[in-house]
Design a protein around this ligand. Structure first.
Ligand SMILES: [Zn+2]
Ligand SMILES: [Zn+2]
Length: 338
């Protein structure tokens, strides 16, 4: 195999630079993909900056990969040459532990993140275990599909995992990269949908994404009116919030579900959970099966992330745009290696 051209960071907060590496012999269960598009996720920034103290440099970020299969190992199943596929946060798991065998392979203790100790999708080509290479439905728009593979599955998977029904009322906190997809999925799922945002300027857009109601989290009267209305509230932001008032928006048996990596410990009063029998939970992306289910659902309902495109050679500009908080709402890099 020839060297792979890529973009890598060599230390915390360092710009990405051209980088090449020899991928070695293709493993028997590995698939090699030519990258066409790769989404830029906030987790790429967190890994580049070593915010989670797990980065291995040089790091080639990129874990929302769309591309075509160009090589397959002898033991690969379910994927064929030239197939259009996607790879998300994980690119491997053991496939024999309890979690893998029961369909929760994203919870495998030895799952291989695509961008930690493994070179990701800001590259000409990417390798992954066949189980994590997800075929794209024909109807899906490949140019905007990348962000579904991490951001999309992150907000879709709670609907599946916690058996959300069309009769339920779902809230989404934060109208951003994750939240705007959460609104689209919950609307298509058939739910009544409420968006919570601290930016009133986003109200019209939130409604265009599928929110039936938009509540300003700074408006205490509106927040009080939302008390006891929600079956599930999905929190997509990564800052500490007024957890007590958010818990009050839940009906009895309601669930506050966290998918934004809030770094500060969450201060929650036990009494706010006890009365109303409420639950607080979190989840990391989703399993291979959930990814495939999500892509089929997105294709059927024509759910597309709202994206801005940058050529991959302008990745540093794209990262600065993401860091500024002005991306609307996800960024996709178009591979442009010579
Ligand atoms: Zn496993
Ligand atoms: Zn991500």
């Amino acid at each position: 195999m020839t060297e792979i051209q890529a973009w890598a960071s060599h230390g915390p907060k360092q710009k990405l630079e051209p980088f090449s590496f020899n991928p070695g012999v293709l493993g028997a269960e590995e698939v090699e993909i030519v990258v066409e598009y790769c989404g830029l996720c906030h987790s790429d920034l967190s890994i580049i900056n070593n915010d989670w103290a797990m980065t291995q440099y040089p790091v080639v970020p990129g874990h929302e990969v769309i591309g075509r299969v160009v090589a397959i190992g002898a033991q690969v199943k379910g994927v064929h040459l030239d197939q259009h596929v996607g790879v998300g946060w994980n690119s491997g798991s053991c496939m024999h532990c309890h979690q893998c065998m029961s369909g929760d392979n994203n919870l495998c203790a030895t799952a291989q993140p695509t961008i930690v100790g493994h070179h990701g999708g800001f590259a000409e080509r990417l390798r992954a275990h066949w189980a994590w290479v997800i075929p794209l439905p024909d109807k899906l728009d490949a140019a905007s599909a990348g962000p579904l593979l991490c951001g999309g599955i992150t907000v879709f998977s709670p609907l599946l995992t916690f058996d959300i029904k069309p009769t339920h009322h779902v809230g989404v906190v934060g109208i951003g990269g994750l939240g705007h997809m959460g609104l689209k999925f919950a609307k298509a799922w058939g739910c009544e949908v409420t968006a919570f945002s601290s930016h009133e300027s986003k109200t019209a857009e939130a409604k265009s994404f599928g929110a039936h109601h938009v509540i300003s989290s700074r408006d205490s009267t509106a927040m009080a009116q939302a008390n006891s209305t929600l079956d599930m509230l999905i929190v997509t932001v990564n800052v500490a919030l007024d957890w007590a008032s958010l818990l009050q928006t839940l009906k009895p048996n309601g669930r506050l579900h966290i998918v934004g990596a809030v770094l500060e410990p969450m201060q929650i009063a036990a009494i706010d959970l006890i009365f109303g029998q409420k639950r607080v939970s979190g989840s990391p992306t989703g399993s291979s099966v959930d990814l495939a289910t999500m892509l089929e659902f997105a294709a059927r309902h024509d759910i597309r992330p709202q994206v801005e495109h940058f050529p991959m050679s302008r990745v540093n500009e794209a990262l600065a745009h993401l860091a500024s908080g002005n991306a609307r709402y996800r960024i996709v890099l178009d591979a442009d290696f010579a």
